[in-house]
Design a protein around this ligand. Structure first.
Ligand SMILES: Cc1ncc(COP(=O)(O)O)c(C=O)c1O
Length: 413
């Protein structure tokens, strides 16, 4: 499908609103539309969940069927049992499962399970694990990647929300991390978002797992972001570790709210007595969405496509930026994996970054600056080309307005 000039994006893009002012009314595949009928190529993908594309027909059909059949039964019910069977096939090392609506809840539950199992209270965390009191990050940047680039929106202080029994690590050296694991008294768990590990990731993951076990603690791998984006086995498989507790979220249900804790069934069997349960724990529309998502991911080899599309976007955006002489100041990189492309700005003030973003939005492309972006199975070469044209035109505009300085590029690159 070739991208032709979209009549919804007229030649005077500055008349269009930026993201904050935009009222979205509809999504389909890799695109969103606003109330004025303007189309946007969406690389935000709900901050990760929309892995197959908006309104994917297989997901819509399953959810619709489940809505008609009822969404809450007094006990697990067939759709949930079938879903759990699929999960235990995918993650045979962690056959016990508990369901939640959000990653924040699931990580909180994982911490409680680890504290119960070890009889200890301390938890060491790496990265952002959600907004609930005990899982919120008390430092300025939620994500460690590029932490030199500070955000202008500072978190508000709230007395008591960063629990005393939670310690946060956000350094760069694995030896320092291992030393922190060894020196933390009464350690129940190390909770790790794999993208926050020191490089090389696989080596760090293995060494943290060993250090946690030597300390008598559990490794909780928080795959809220990474799970079904990287491949059927997620980061756990890619990094070659077996976590004691695995947290899945975001992409598991293509945009419906679902998160899962997977672990030893002897531990999940204690969930009632540990008071880990909520009204919507077994809600079935999300389960139906997840079952359909897992089926499509498997049958259509979506992960290979995500990696290809992410790589194509990164390479083409970089070629365009180099062509404008900006390659050393703005570049696209994989956020460890190309299915999560990251647009990195160096020595460019936040006002200019935000201006860049607003101009891209006005050109009909949602691509976050200094934050991971996401590709979906619905993104085509044409979406990538549309994004690259928008990036090139945006930096040309900003160079023309004196908002960026070029080191001189090769326009025909
Ligand atoms: C690694 C990780 N854990 C937990 C969360 C929280 O998930 P939720 O927003 O579903 O509560 C996030 C959200 O971005 C995340 O990236």
């Amino acid at each position: 499908m070739a991208v032709t000039r979209d009549p919804a994006h007229p030649a005077t893009p500055r008349s269009l609103p930026s993201l904050e002012e935009t009222v979205f009314t509809r999504g389909s595949g890799a695109d969103l539309w606003d109330a004025q009928g303007r189309r946007y190529t969406d690389f935000v993908c709900g901050y990760g969940p929309v892995v197959l594309g908006h309104g994917h027909p297989a997901v819509v059909e399953e959810v619709h069927r489940q809505l008609q059949a009822g969404t809450l039964y007094p006990s697990a019910g067939r759709p949930l049992r079938d879903f759990l069977d699929v999960l235990s096939g995918l993650f045979p090392e962690q056959p016990g499962a508990l369901l939640f609506k959000t990653g924040s809840e699931a990580v909180g539950a994982a911490m409680r399970l680890a504290r119960h199992r070890t009889g200890r209270d301390m938890v060491l965390r790496l990265g952002f694990h959600g907004w609930h009191d005990q899982v919120i990050s008390p430092h300025v940047n939620w994500h460690r990647f590029d932490h030199a680039e500070r955000r202008s929106v500072q978190p508000l202080a709230v007395p008591g929300i960063y629990g005393a029994a939670v310690r946060v690590w956000h350094g760069d050296e694995v030896e320092d991390l291992l030393e922190t694991v060894r020196s933390t008294r009464d350690l129940a768990a190390v909770v790790v978002d794999p993208v926050e590990l020191p490089l090389p990731l696989a080596d760090s993951a293995k060494r943290v797992l060993e250090a946690a076990h030597e300390a008598g603690a559990l490794l909780v791998l928080d795959e809220t972001k990474t799970c079904l984006r990287l491949g059927p086995g997620g980061a756990q498989e890619r990094l070659g570790v077996t976590a004691d507790v695995l947290v899945l979220g975001k992409a598991i249900a293509n945009g419906l709210p679902l998160a899962v804790v997977l672990t030893d069934p002897a531990l999940t069997a204690q969930s009632r007595r540990l008071r880990i349960r909520g009204t919507f724990s077994n809600e079935l529309a999300s389960v139906a969405a997840a079952s359909a998502t897992l089926r499509v991911l498997r049958e259509e080899k979506v992960h290979e496509r995500l990696a290809r599309t992410g790589t194509a976007l990164i390479d083409a955006v970089n070629a365009a930026l180099r062509g404008e002489g900006l390659g050393d100041r703005i570049c696209a990189v994989p956020y460890h994996w190309p299915c999560m492309p990251y647009l990195r700005f160096r020595n460019i003030a936040e006002t200019e970054r935000m201006d860049f973003y607003a101009r891209l939005v006005r050109r009909g492309v949602l691509l976050l600056p200094n934050h991971m972006n996401f590709v979906s199975a619905a993104h085509t070469d044409a979406h990538v080309e549309h994004a690259v044209r928008a990036v090139r035109a945006t930096v040309q505009d900003m160079l023309g307005d004196g908002l960026l300085e070029s080191r001189g590029g090769t326009r025909n690159e």
